[in-house]
Ligand binder design. Sequence first.
Ligand code: GDP
Length: 589
Amino acid sequence: MSSNGTKLELPASIVIRDLALKIEKSPIDLIKKLMSNGVMATINQTVDFDTAAIVVGEYGFDAVLEAAEEVTKEETGEVPLWRQMIAGENNALLKPRPPVVTILGHVDHGKTSLLDAIRQTEVAAGEAGGITQHIGAYQVEKKGRLITFLDTPGHAAFTQMRARGAQGADIVVLVVAADDGVMPQTREAIAHAKAARVPLMVALNKVDKANANPDRVKQQLAELELVPDDWGGNTMVVPVSAKLKQGIDDLLEGILLVADSNVIKANPGGKVIGTVIEAELDKSKGVMATLLVQNGTLESGDIVVAGTSYGKLRAITDHKGKPIKKAGPSTPVAVMGLSGMPSAGDIFQVVDSEKEARSIVAERAETAKTLSQTKKKVSLEDLFANVQAGEAKGLNLIVKADVQGSLDPIVTELNKLGQGEIGLHILHAETGNIGNNDVMLAAASKAIIIGFNVQADVDGRRLAEKEGVDIRLYEIIYRMTEDIEKALNGMLEPKLVERVLGRAQVLQVFAASKFGRVAGCKCTEGELRRGARVRLYRGADMIYEGDLSSLRHEKDDVKEIRQGYECGVGFKSFNDIAPGDQLVCYIVE
Ligand code: GDP
């Protein structure tokens, strides 16, 4: 690419006409240049940044990717406030900052060991003597550059942070044990990184083990569209042994490489904003919080608002416990002086006065109250309206099915549907019931959960209700595809909605003359209502769906039974009931 050094900022994709305007050339000329580069495009077509960069290079421009565009590219989930803030900064004031890395992976694959090994190499590298206190994040130096590691316990924290719109990491390092391979939480971690649009690299751990099989893991990763770089793909895979502290340098160098191919910048002189990493109450020192500065420079004496707590910072210490006066972007610090306990994932900001701090906190408390009353739900019914209102670009889905054999065709069908104007993003597809983790991921990325021949467990269901996550259960594939298709076309009639009334457990089974067999149940949640619909589950399997045709309390026919009471339930022409079965009573509104 020839260049006269004139910098030109371009978005990730641009329409030819706009590109021509930007460089003040005729579109025809531009199209000719594109053709000579083997790209056939019309004036209304869009080209990606790389293509645009080559063409404008021929006119003597040096194309750089717009920082703001990097951010708005995030289609799934909300763009965290700090990213929005950085995007709003004057580009000329943005300076590179250390990448913030989070380590995710399946339990026992070595996340903690790896974080320890990385922290220790730094101590060994000559900074011994510093007290390494655990504050939930630390920094190491590699090739004269800093890298910040979030040392929070595993991915529950990461999901929670994301769920609160405060996704803090620039890079995800996925730990996969070479002797164990890709496991359920590995897939979940990939889904999280994908939903948050955070670049991911792999630390292939435990390569010291005799039964380590790196090639098998690479094969599994490739099947998940993470094709290893040494296989010609884009995913960096670094073999390490956290136990023997081998490969750590390579891993750190790898992180710097990934950092270099992404825009990781902030304005050190800008407004101060960041994320609360953790907080605890110390008997003598009061509230101790770990903050990750993401834009601006935090100084002792600053007045900080974090979530619904605030205060004047009395002391700032770094991750080694050393008192410092200032902390710039990507620096984790421990602070004292907040009046109350903020939550991990809360955004913090510096304000001008305590008065301002108090009024912001009061306002937040008020909003939190109304928000919890009118939680905005992303439902399939609202999808089309949201897209038309420009509030959503597509539909995010989490798919759960009973067996792999049904999961695969469902994903294939859904992918076919997602090729129209409104995109479908399947963030996570897995076998098994719908649990807490699925709901957290859905809440964080504004997704809908589709369950096929599965149910939601109790915790998952409660969380879904609290977070306003739409869970849709199906037993027939075409019913599901039909619903989604209708929603994509704006034709889903938002009329029939299932509402669960209550649940019961079958304790005993009696033989009764009129209805065949009767289930002696205890209502464990809500109420059962005669005439409503019921589903009967044995373990994860649904064994019956129909009407609740008879309901008795002791000897009397009753209309409804509330939580805590026992009752007799009969189903029309269905007798295969057994103790331990679970009953879900619902109505269609
Ligand atoms: P986490 O649950 O992902 O945080 O995993 P841990 O770091 O607690 O490690 C789980 C187990 O694997 C521990 O017994 C570690 O000693 C062991 N382990 C971690 N890394 C390695 C490694 O590189 N090689 C071997 N052989 N064992 C490891």
